[in-house]
Design a binder for this molecule. Structure first.
Ligand SMILES: [Zn+2]
Length: 290
C-alpha cells in the first residue's frame, strides 16, 4: 500500500466538485443521498465541464502515483479507476471530495472493496455495516493513504512477504490496519506475495550490481556488471562520470519500481538485520534515503 504524492487539482475542478457534492448534501434522507451520489457519479463526465474536471482529477492522480500508474493499494496491477477511499454507497457526503480519491485497480476497487464497510465507534470498537444502511458511526475503519502513511501502520515481513502490523499501534489504528488487510486481501492474494518476493530479488540485484559497478577500477570490469537491458551509457566519458550516470539511472529504476513497500522494508528492517544487505548499504549508505 502506497502513500501517493500530494498535488492540487485546478480551481475550476474544485468548484465543480463542490457543486456536485452540494446536490447530494441537499437530499432529505441517507437513502436519497446514496441514490443521488450514484446517479451523479455515473453522469459525472457527461457534460463538457464535467469531462474536463474528471480528466484533471484522473491526470493529477496519475501524476501522484509513486510507480507508473500502479494501484496504490496492491502496488501491482495497472490502476485505471478513480477509487473512493470511503465508499460512496456508505459515505455519500464524500462522493465529490478530492481527498477521498485514489487511483486503484479494478480488483482492489470493484471486486474487493466496494461492498465491505466497517466503522469505529467512540470506544474504537469495530462494527460491520450492511450494504444499503447508514453507518452508525462516522469513522471508516480503513487506512486513508491520502491522509495517512500506510508505512506507519504496516510493515512487510521479508521472510513470508506478508504485511504485519507495526508494533505499538493503538486500538483505533490496529483496527484500521487489520480491516484494510482483510478487505483488500493483501496477505491472501498469492500473486501479490510472489510479486513482492520477485521485487525483493530485483532490489537486491540492482544494489549489488551498483556496488560492483561503483567498485570497478577499469571500464571492462564496470561493463561486465551491466546487462543488455540496462540503460545505454556513453562509455567515451571518464569512468567517474559513467559511474555517476549509472548510479542516477539505477536510483530512478528503484524509485519507480512496483512494490515500494518491499523497498521500504529493506531500508527499515533488512538494512539492520540481514548481513548481506548490511554489507551492501555499508558500501552505498546514501541508498538508504532512496
Ligand atoms: Zn490493486
Amino acid at each position: 500500500m502506497i502513500q501517493p504524492a500530494s498535488k492540487n487539482i485546478k480551481t475550476s475542478t474544485v468548484r465543480r466538485l463542490k457543486d456536485l457534492q452540494k446536490r447530494i448534501n441537499d437530499q432529505p434522507t441517507f437513502k436519497d443521498m446514496v441514490k443521488k451520489a450514484q446517479s451523479l457519479w455515473k453522469s459525472k463526465s457527461g457534460s463538457k465541464v464535467g469531462k474536463a474536471a474528471f480528466e484533471d482529477i484522473k491526470q493529477t492522480l496519475i501524476d501522484m502515483c509513486v510507480s507508473v500508474e500502479v494501484c496504490n493499494y496492491c502496488e501491482q496491477n495497472e490502476a485505471n479507476d478513480i477509487e473512493h477511499i470511503s465508499p460512496k454507497s456508505f459515505f455519500p457526503k464524500l462522493t465529490f471530495v478530492w481527498l477521498n480519491y485514489l487511483l486503484a485497480c479494478a480488483k482492489c476497487n470493484t471486486i474487493l472493496k466496494s461492498d465491505k464497510c466497517y466503522v469505529l465507534d467512540a470506544n474504537d470498537n469495530t462494527h460491520f455495516v450492511k450494504r444499503g444502511t447508514q453507518p452508525p458511526h462516522p469513522i471508516y475503519a480503513f487506512i486513508n493513504p491520502r491522509l495517512e502513511n500506510p508505512n506507519d501502520f504496516l510493515i512487510l515481513n521479508m521472510q513470508t512477504f506478508e504485511f504485519e502490523l507495526m508494533p505499538g499501534l493503538n486500538k483505533k489504528d490496529t483496527a484500521k490496519a487489520e480491516k484494510t488487510l482483510e478487505i483488500l486481501q493483501l496477505n491472501e492474494r498469492s500473486k501479490l506475495l510472489e510479486a513482492r518476493e520477485s521485487a525483493a530479488k530485483y532490489y537486491y540485484d540492482r544494489i549489488e550490481r551498483l556496488v560492483n559497478i561503483l567498485n570497478s577500477r577499469t571500464l571492462p570490469e564496470l561493463k561486465s556488471h551491466l546487462t543488455p537491458y540496462d540503460t545505454r551509457f556513453d562509455f567515451s566519458q571518464n569512468i567517474t562520470t559513467i559511474k555517476a550516470e549509472i548510479k542516477t539511472s539505477f536510483k530512478n529504476n528503484i524509485q519507480i519500481h512496483q512494490h515500494p513497500s518491499v523497498w521500504h522494508a529493506i531500508k527499515k528492517v533488512e538494512s539492520m538485520t540481514n548481513s548481506n544487505w548490511k554489507n551492501l548499504f555499508n558500501q552505498i549508505p546514501e541508498a538508504l534515503t532512496w
